[in-house]
Design a protein around this ligand. Structure first.
Ligand code: UTP
Length: 301
């Protein structure tokens, strides 16, 4: 097996405008919206940490303060909880602070996901890195990122995560043209298209918000013109890398993910996510599920 550089850093882009969630996202990043009682972005950082990545760079934009504050010490709050002897809540408040070494960079103008990733260039340097979208949650029981890091260790280059979606939904995602490898859950990527019309999609395998990226992406992004929606698309840069040889930063592989993923970036999926998380919580489910059943019975009658 070739000896590829290990992945140690995570980049979390959280600088998008979140227009699908206005007005909630006017002064709050959508990544800070709570899934029950924890902001979506904390689940994402916890996922990076459980894949062994303790250096996390957030790419932030407007209203970044709430994100920084969430991962920082809150002296007044902690003192108040200590004075009350509320050890349980105190530990909840302290947990995000000790998770990882957090770094921040500002995107300035939200010129697209590719541009957000380019903002990480100086921090990341010449190492491969993981990129986790701050509004996409992968169930902690389905360790996708760990698998992607293993795949990078085997094949080098970059690794994307793919999930099969119904054909009529492909146009909401990037879609991949794939060829099999010797491994069941790993494919080689031959082409990528951002948000294709259903009849032009190369497959039903959609790109979801987890990536392991070769540092060659930075040079490609610097030369990637704005694509769909006038934004610099990460998908376009990965498409370029997919056609390159290993000594130029290629190839790109895909991990076929068949686990549980929750989207929190639009209203309907957000509601689904909150209900599923609440129904899985031992402290809430015993009251929440019977209430939900009764509510639905009444709504249906
Ligand atoms: P989205 O396209 O889902 O985010 O980007 P958005 O642009 O905020 O969403 P809408 O369509 O306006 O509602 C996926 C991820 O990339 C980040 C977002 O914060 C999100 O986590 N992103 C996107 C950036 O960091 N910068 C950008 O310029 C665009």
């Amino acid at each position: 097996m070739a000896d590829f550089d290990p992945v140690t850093k995570a980049v979390v882009p959280a600088a998008g405008l979140g227009t699908r969630f206005l007005p909630a996202t006017k002064a709050t990043p959508k990544e800070m919206l709570p899934i029950v009682d924890k902001p979506a972005i904390q689940y994402v950082v916890e996922e990076a940490v459980s894949a062994g990545l303790l250096d996390v760079l957030m790419v932030t934009g407007r209203s970044k303060r709430s994100i920084e504050d969430h991962f920082d010490v809150a002296y007044e709050l902690e003192d108040a909880l200590r004075a009350k002897g509320d050890a349980e809540r105190l530990s909840q408040v302290q947990l995000p602070v000790d998770l990882a070494t957090m770094h921040y960079v500002r995107q300035g103008e939200p010129k697209g996901l590719g541009h957000a990733v380019l903002c990480a260039k100086q921090h990341v340097g010449h190492e491969p890195f993981a990129c986790l979208l701050g509004d996409d949650i992968i169930d902690a029981r389905d360790p996708l990122l760990k698998r992607m890091i293993e795949v990078r260790a085997t094949y080098g280059g970059s690794v994307i995560a793919l999930m099969e979606v119904p054909r009529e939904q492909v146009s909401l995602y990037g879609a991949a043209a794939i060829v099999p490898t010797g491994e069941d859950d790993v494919v080689r990527i031959t082409d990528l298209v951002e948000k294709p019309p259903a009849n032009e999609a190369p497959s039903n395998w959609a790109i979801i918000g987890r990536y392991v990226i070769d540092p060659a992406v930075f040079e490609v992004l610097e030369n990637t013109p704005p694509g769909r929606g006038g934004e610099i698309q990460l998908t376009d840069a990965l498409r370029t890398l997919a056609s390159r040889s290993p000594d130029e930063g290629g190839p790109v592989h895909g991990v076929l993910f068949r686990g549980r993923r929750y989207d929190t970036g639009n209203k309907l999926d957000y509601l689904r996510t909150v209900v599923q998380f609440a129904a899985n919580r031992p402290d809430l489910a015993p009251e929440f599920i019977p209430w939900l059943r009764e509510f639905l019975d009444q709504a249906g009658s």
